[in-house]
Design a protein around this ligand. Structure first.
Ligand code: AMP
Ligand code: MG
Length: 341
C-alpha cells in the first residue's frame, strides 16, 4: 500500500467509524426525575445494554439516597439516627464529598436542611409559611459538620435528618459516565432533568449544544457548546409556591431557614464532575450574584452562567466563545480574564 492509498484507507476507515455509530435513546423516571440517556455505539444492542446498565445504577442509587423509600439507607438513617457499619461505600463517598462542599461553600450547600424544607411543605407539596420561631428551632439541628461517620457507622444527632437532593442527580450522572467509559462509549448525552452530562463530542465531531432555560418566557435563554462536561442548572422557577404575592422557591438559604431570596433566577455550572456542578449550582444560587462571583474568583475550577432577576447574563471567562445569548438581556457580562484558569 503506497502512502496515498494508505491516507485514503485511513480516511474511509474514519468515515466508516464515525458514520457507523448507532444512536440509542432511552428514557425512564428515577429520583423523581424524567431522565433520558442518548448513546452512540457500534450497535443498537450494545446501546440498549448500556442504557439498561445506567438505569439500573441510577435506581440502585435512588434505593440508597431516597428520603421517601422506606428501605433506603438515608430513610433508615433519618429515622433511626444510626446506620451500622459497614456504611454503603457510595453513601459514604457522597457524605464525604458533601462535607467538603459544606465547608467550602461556607454552609450555603447543606444537606442537613431537610427538616426545615419539610416544614415549608416542599416534601409533600402542602405548602405553608412557618412561624419564624419554628424555623429558628429547626435550624438548631442543621450543623452538617456534626454528622459522624466512623468505624461504628454513620451517626446523626437527635433531630437531624439528611437529604442529598441537591447533589444526588449529579452524583448519579458521574456514575453513569463511569459506565459509559467502561463500555468504550465515546459519545453520549445524559439529561437527568436539568443535570446534563455530555460525554465526548457529537459523533460528527461537533460540540454538544445545551440550552439554559429562559426563566421568564420559557424556551432557551442561552445555549452552551460543550465537550465532556457536566452542565447543571439550579433555578428558582423549577419549584415554588406563592402566598400573599410572595414567591417561595425550593432552594433554601441555610442562614435564614427560608427560601432563598437571592438576586438570581438561575445558576448554571459547567465542569467535569456532575456532583461538583450539582452542589455548586445550589450553593452559588444561595450566595447570590456578588458572593457567587467572589467564590468563583477564589475557586476557578469550574465555569458558571448566572441569570439575574435584573435580566443580566453573567458568565465566566472560560465560556467565552462557547455561549450564545438567545433572549433579550439587559446586560451581558463576561468576568475578567485575570481570573482565568
Ligand atoms: P438543586 O435543584 O440541585 O439546586 O437542589 C435543590 C433541592 O435541594 C431542593 O429541592 C431541596 O430538596 C434541597 N435544597 C434546598 N436548598 C438547599 C441547600 N441550601 N443545600 C442543600 N440542599 C438544598
Ligand atoms: Mg444542585
Amino acid at each position: 500500500m503506497n502512502k496515498n492509498t494508505f491516507v485514503i484507507f485511513l480516511y474511509i476507515s474514519f468515515l466508516f467509524i464515525s458514520c457507523g455509530q448507532v444512536k440509542t435513546s432511552e428514557s425512564f423516571t428515577a429520583m423523581n426525575t424524567y431522565m433520558t440517556v442518548s448513546i452512540y455505539s457500534s450497535s443498537s444492542k450494545k446501546g440498549k445494554n448500556v442504557c439498561r446498565e445506567i438505569q439500573e445504577k441510577v435506581c440502585e442509587l435512588e434505593g440508597i439516597l431516597s428520603t421517601t423509600l422506606t428501605d433506603s439507607d438515608v430513610y433508615q438513617l433519618n429515622h433511626n439516627k444510626i446506620l451500622d457499619a459497614p456504611v454503603n461505600p457510595e453513601l459514604s463517598e457522597l457524605l464525604d464529598f458533601s462535607k467538603q462542599m459544606y465547608l467550602r461553600t461556607g454552609g450555603a450547600f447543606n444537606p442537613a436542611l431537610y427538616p426545615v424544607i419539610r416544614e415549608w411543605g416542599f416534601t409533600t407539596e402542602e405548602y405553608k409559611v412557618p412561624s419564624p420561631e419554628r424555623v429558628q428551632e429547626l435550624l438548631l439541628n442543621t450543623d452538617f459538620s456534626k454528622v459522624e461517620c466512623n468505624t461504628a457507622g454513620l451517626l446523626l444527632s437527635d433531630r437531624m435528618e439528611l437529604d442529598f437532593g441537591a447533589v444526588g442527580k449529579g452524583y448519579a450522572a458521574d456514575k453513569a459516565v463511569e459506565i459509559l467509559k467502561s463500555n468504550g462509549i465515546k459519545s453520549a448525552l445524559l439529561d437527568f432533568g436539568g443535570n446534563i452530562q455530555a460525554v465526548g463530542k457529537k459523533p460528527d465531531g461537533s460540540l454538544w449544544r445545551v440550552g439554559i432555560k429562559n426563566p421568564w418566557e420559557g424556551g432557551a435563554a442561552a445555549a452552551l457548546s460543550v465537550e465532556s462536561k457536566a452542565v447543571v442548572t439550579s433555578g428558582g422557577y423549577e419549584r415554588y409556591f406563592e402566598k400573599d404575592g410572595v414567591r417561595y422557591i425550593h432552594i433554601f438559604d441555610p442562614k435564614t431557614g427560608c427560601p432563598s431570596n437571592s438576586n438570581l433566577e438561575s445558576v448554571t455550572i459547567v465542569c467535569e464532575s456532575g456532583k461538583y456542578a450539582d452542589a455548586l449550582s445550589t450553593a452559588l444560587f444561595v450566595m447570590g450574584k456578588d458572593d457567587a462571583i467572589d467564590f468563583y474568583k477564589a475557586n476557578t475550577d469550574f465555569d458558571f452562567v448566572l441569570v439575574t432577576k435584573e435580566r443580566e447574563l453573567i458568565y465566566s471567562a472560560g465560556l467565552r466563545g462557547f455561549i450564545e445569548p438567545l433572549t433579550d438581556f439587559s446586560r451581558v457580562e463576561c468576568t475578567a480574564d485575570s481570573f482565568e484558569k
